[in-house]
Design a protein around this ligand. Structure first.
Ligand code: ADP
Ligand code: MG
Length: 304
């Protein structure tokens, strides 16, 4: 029987194995990813896809910087909207002849989210200190990392996927849906109640958990480049996590097993989806997603 499933695609579904993001690299990676996704659709499942956009936004930011003297730089919410359009188009081409629709998706955040006072999410390329200081004078926040200086921006919590209703309508009309790419275009309500874009990025896995609930998905699949979340990652004691309850996984999370910019948000998203009433979250590699619904694959999170 078909199930409603949300699949969140990670970086390896959109860039070459070495992270290269030329148009040809992105097209090729998406075509490969869609062979796995279309296998699920052909089994009769209703699929909603979401995807990351880090390298793609990084490319736009670099263009902004190089051409600022001739074309006004565009804000981060515009970068997000642009990448949703481009990646959605590539995904729809790769799924053809399966009917698919891309929804330009806004994600609501709170202007009072503490993340706005503490930008921590690194985006774009590394630069020299001299370059970084120049951008700081334009009002941006930059931090020194091991490999150089990088811009950091707020990553507020996704509250609501504003266009989820559109996604549901199209899904019920028979389309495979691409929505909330890059975590969604970040918008907030000002004091006058009007929506406007904000200079932030939203974690795509956390947004996927909210979208999955909003579209009534039974399963959230987080497709990345490792088959399981691992205890003791990178140590000789490393051990894959298979079936796990919310309570057990929360404990492992508290013990610090999951990298903060990588596996951490995936584990948090998997937990939130089930805590909010979803049936099951699965963290696994892209090649395994067609088996994610049948049971014994990846890290599978359930209530009990
Ligand atoms: P994606 O680009 O698919 O969204 P990331 O690259 O951000 O995903 O995160 C996946 C990576 O997380 C893995 O390739 C691995 O290097 C890293 N990682 C950190 N901690 C863990 C862990 N405990 N178990 C598995 N992978 C981990
Ligand atoms: Mg990655």
């Amino acid at each position: 029987m078909g199930e409603r499933v949300l699949i969140a695609l990670g970086g390896n579904a959109m860039t070459a194995p070495d992270g290269s993001a030329s148009p040809a690299d992105q097209t090729r990676a998406i075509e490969l990813a869609m062979t796995h996704v279309s296998a699920l659709i052909r089994e009769g499942h209703q699929v909603v896809l979401t995807h990351g956009n880090g390298p793609q936004v990084g490319n736009i930011l670099l263009k902004n910087q190089l051409t600022a003297h001739v074309v006004p730089p565009v804000p981060l919410d515009w970068c997000g909207a642009q990448t949703q359009g481009t990646l959605g188009t590539l995904i729809m081409n790769a799924l053809d002849p399966i009917p698919a629709a891309t929804v330009v998706t806004r994600t609501l955040v709170d202007v009072d989210d503490p993340a706005f006072a503490d930008p921590v999410k690194p985006i774009g390329q590394y630069f020299s200190e001299e370059e970084a200081r120049k951008f700081e004078r334009l009002g941006q926040t930059w931090r020194k990392f091991e490999r150089g200086w990088r811009r950091v921006v707020p990553s507020p919590r996704p509250i609501e996927i504003l266009d989820a209703g559109t996604a549901v309508t199209l899904m019920e009309a028979g389309y495979t849906i691409v929505a909330a790419g890059g975590g969604g275009v970040p918008v907030a309500r000002g004091a006058d109640g009007r929506l406007g874009g904000v200079e932030a990025v939203i974690d795509k896995d956390l947004a996927a958990a909210v979208l999955a609930r909003a579209v009534g998905a039974r399963v959230l699949v987080i497709a990345t480049d490792v088959p399981n979340a691992v205890i003791g990652y990178g140590t000789p004691q490393a051990r894959p996590i298979e079936a796990v309850t919310v309570a057990e996984l929360r404990k492992l999370q508290t013990a610090g097993h999951f990298g903060s910019g990588s596996m951490g948000p995936k584990v948090e998203a998997a937990l939130r989806f089930v805590e909010d009433g979803g049936r099951c979250s699965v963290i696994t590699s892209l090649e395994h997603i067609k088996d994610a619904l049948s049971g014994n694959i990846g890290t599978r999170v359930t209530e009990s």
